[in-house]
Design a protein around this ligand. Structure first.
Ligand SMILES: *[C@@H]1O[C@H](CO)[C@@H](O)[C@H](O)[C@H]1NC(C)=O
Ligand SMILES: *[C@@H]1O[C@H](CO)[C@@H](O)[C@H](O)[C@H]1NC(C)=O
Ligand SMILES: *[C@@H]1O[C@H](CO)[C@@H](O)[C@H](O)[C@H]1NC(C)=O
Length: 275
């Protein structure tokens, strides 16, 4: 009987636990993609922070120049696509340019892979990111102004659970070619471990198969930036005796840090930035 009674102290504790669980779920469940606080890493400068607080509202902003800055890792730590560039990004993503650019990346990757002499010991590895690298979340982002509108925390997870993201055709071509050449494929994603089933289902439905491992964020990585988390996982791959010959991703945080691989391949993505 006594155990059912809630004294003042227990009530406070209960409220605290409920509240902190809530806090936990709104931060931990958040895909890194949309957790703006994580975008400010130690590396960010005062200028980056200023830019984040005050997205450019410059009528003279040239959107092609902005995109060039984004793709070359010059413009960083942006939270949303500048409003004056939403139309530009829409045209880029929905028109032919996105596919053409992706095809150039795939073709160069294939030419490089063909030029290598694989050892034949099964230790030659290619690392792929998942979102905007193997799978396209364009149907979701189109509903959020092509990156011009903030997405609410649960939206990405809800979308990912549907497992309906289509394949990026150029990457699918590269992926199949690498398997044929005898590469081991490692998938390294910023998605969380509880999204494993949906992610596997989506990858298979999109036509991917035979990967060596699908690496997702575990609880220890929930608060880590992508560049730190991914570097650590790649180092582990190397420590397990594999050689990372190629590494493909749409974010510089896929391709920088350490253990980046012999050669990196940057896919286009003007819709969002991940540190
Ligand atoms: C990429 O390679 C394919 C197959 O060889 C070719 O059809 C296509 O035109 C190439 N695309 C680009 C953009 O170079
Ligand atoms: C691969 O092997 C061939 C034949 O032995 C050789 O001609 C070529 O230079 C090698 N390529 C590389 C990148 O080592
Ligand atoms: C994931 O799939 C496995 C195997 O099909 C199943 O045992 C497990 O319960 C699933 N996990 C979740 C969280 O749905």
């Amino acid at each position: 009987m006594a155990s059912l009674s809630l004294n003042h102290h227990n009530l406070l504790l209960l409220l605290f636990l409920l509240f902190s669980c809530d806090l936990h779920s709104t931060t931990a469940n958040r895909p890194q993609v949309f957790d703006h606080s994580d975008w400010i890493s130690e590396e960010s400068t005062a200028l980056d922070k200023w830019e984040l607080k005050q997205p450019p509202q410059d009528p003279q902003l040239n959107c092609e120049s902005w995109r060039f800055g984004v793709e070359t890792n010059t413009v960083r730590f942006w939270s949303v696509v500048p409003q004056e560039c939403v139309e530009y990004v829409k045209d880029y993503m929905d028109g032919s340019q996105y596919l053409l650019d992706s095809n150039v990346v795939a073709n160069v990757s294939i030419a490089y892979a063909n030029s290598l002499n694989l050892s034949g010991d099964g230790k030659d590895v290619w690392v792929f990111d998942v979102d905007e690298t193997l799978l396209s979340n364009l149907p979701l982002y189109a509903a959020y102004n092509y990156g011009g509108a903030d997405m609410d925390d649960g939206a990405f997870i809800k979308w990912a659970d549907l497992a309906e993201a289509p394949a990026l055709p150029a990457s699918q071509r590269l992926y199949a070619h690498l398997l044929q050449l005898g590469f081991k494929i490692f998938l390294l994603t910023g998605r969380y471990d509880y999204e494993r089933n949906a992610t596997e289902k989506n990858l298979v439905q999109a036509g991917y198969h035979s990967w060596e491992a699908l690496l997702l964020r575990g609880p220890d990585d929930y608060e880590t930036t992508a560049v730190v988390y991914k570097s650590g996982r790649r180092l582990k791959i190397e420590k397990d005796g594999f050689r990372i010959r190629g590494n493909s991703g749409d974010q510089w945080s896929d391709l920088s840090g350490y253990s980046c691989g012999d050669r990196t391949f940057k896919l286009p993505n003007p819709m969002y930035f991940i540190a």
